[in-house]
Ligand binder design. Structure first.
Ligand code: FE
Ligand code: MN
Length: 433
């Protein structure tokens, strides 16, 4: 007995000495949220930006008779405005989705709370529109999933105010098990129904079924409809939007990206349309990182980097946020594998809390372009204060709260005399193969 206690005590000393700063708790189980209301009650409510001054409200009902109507107004319980949208649904093998409602509402005032009701009855929801000018705050979290880790990340996201959430792919980890898309929608509803959530796809959204469904992204595209048409994109898998003074490019790691592809040509046209006087900040999100010193998913973003990095570099994109690798890693400003003061800061933020766990091993020695790396769950904040300065912080999930483990002041490349955007003559666009 005494020996057992001695051993335990020694073990305690050893573990505390090995990681004095943070002991990572073990694996956490899946959390599957059930629907508690009636068939006509809205569930999985989420909102997204849908062109200047507009919000799209998306929700699901199992009752087929519920109309795709949103009633809304600026006062609790009073809905003096209303809009009607569309209903869609999809089949996936033996699974049939509920009625998926998408309703675009607006024009709305910036920085304003609106109260709304979906389908003419049921509970009241509310969201706040983003501000029209600085400061603006983004929450950034990738590879969310639906585990107790996710619950912890979401509670930290919700614990401090923000304007818009950015998600660089891997949402539900349904992986063809369609009811998991529904439980994910319910899990994020308290957050995604109150602030716009802007997402791009990860590999877990692909859900291709050989022979039966070559058409991938069925669930993702139907449920998480993003405002791609507003940025002249022809695909829900890549688009851009503007918030306050930021232009945000959402790229698709799992859509064609090669030179001459639709995505490539769209990206070139999109960056050519950026007016740095109106949007001094430009950020890009994509799933599979172009820079990664973790052993997980090595080289998976390389083909896309080779195809598209020059376009982002010449456009003077300020930062690129990625997911896929379930850890946190921040690089210095880089271009073509070298530190470059005019390149974007690359950050992997694939640590939302999915069921696959953390990517624990990094290559050693640490490459000089990798500034901070850590395999822990968490989320990030991007606070854009004005046209020249923004603050990035990474908030690791500790058991009871979150802890800022990495932070950085960013200076906009638009303000840098040495890094003026390199204009590409529009003629060359037509010459692409
Ligand atoms: Fe993932
Ligand atoms: Mn992934």
């Amino acid at each position: 007995m005494v020996t057992l206690f001695t051993h335990l005590f020694l073990l305690f000393l050893l573990t505390t000495a090995a990681s004095p700063e943070y002991t990572r708790p073990g694996p956490r189980p899946l959390v599957l949220r059930q629907h508690s209301g009636s068939d006509s009650d809205p569930q999985q409510v989420h909102v997204s930006l849908s062109g200047k001054g507009y919000i799209r409200v998306s929700w699901i009902t199992s009752d087929k008779n519920v109309q795709p109507t949103v009633q809304y107004g600026k006062t609790r319980g009073k809905y003096n405005l209303s809009a009607t949208g569309e209903i869609t649904s999809y089949h996936y093998l033996f699974y049939k989705s509920g009625q998926i409602h998408h309703v675009r509402i607006g024009p709305l005032d910036p920085g304003t709370t609106y109260y709304y009701r979906c389908g003419g009855s049921g509970p009241e929801f509310h969201f706040r529109t983003p501000p029209s000018a600085f400061p603006v705050e983004f929450a950034v979290a990738g590879d969310l999933g639906q585990t107790e880790w996710t619950v912890s990340t979401l509670s930290h996201i919700g614990a401090r105010d923000y304007d818009v959430l950015l998600l660089p792919g891997d949402l539900s980890y349904a992986d063809m098990d369609q009811p998991l898309w529904d439980s994910f929608g319910r899990l994020v509803e308290p957050y995604a129904s109150t602030r716009p959530w802007m997402v791009t796809q990860g590999n877990h959204e692909v859900e291709t079924l050989p022979v039966v469904y070559r058409n991938a992204f069925m669930a993702y595209n139907t449920r998480w409809l993003m405002p791609y048409r507003a940025s002249k994109s022809t695909s829900n898998l890549y688009y851009s939007f503007e918030v306050a003074g930021a232009h945000i490019i959402m790229l698709g790691s799992y859509a064609d990206f090669y030179i001459g592809s639709d995505q490539y040509r769209w990206l070139k046209a999109d960056v050519a349309s950026i007016d740095r006087r109106r949007t001094p900040w430009v950020f890009a999100l994509l799933h599979a990182p172009w820079y990664n010193s973790n052993f997980a998913h090595r080289g998976e973003g390389e083909a896309m980097r080779v195809a598209m990095e020059e376009v982002l570099y010449k456009a003077r994109v300020d930062a690129v946020f990625t997911g896929h690798v379930h850890a946190y890693e921040r690089f210095t400003r880089v271009y073509n594998n070298k530190a470059d003061v005019c390149g974007p800061v690359h950050v992997t933020i694939g640590d939302g809390g999915n069921r696959e766990g953390l990517a624990n091993s990094f290559e050693n020695p640490r490459p000089s372009i990798s500034v901070y790396r850590e395999p822990s769950f968490g989320h990030a904040r991007l606070r854009v204060f004005n046209s020249t300065h923004a603050h990035w912080s990474w908030h690791r999930n500790n058991d009871t709260g979150s802890f800022v483990a990495d932070e950085l002041w960013l200076e906009s490349l638009a303000a840098s005399k040495a890094c003026k955007p390199i204009r590409v003559p529009s003629k060359s666009q037509n010459e692409e193969p």
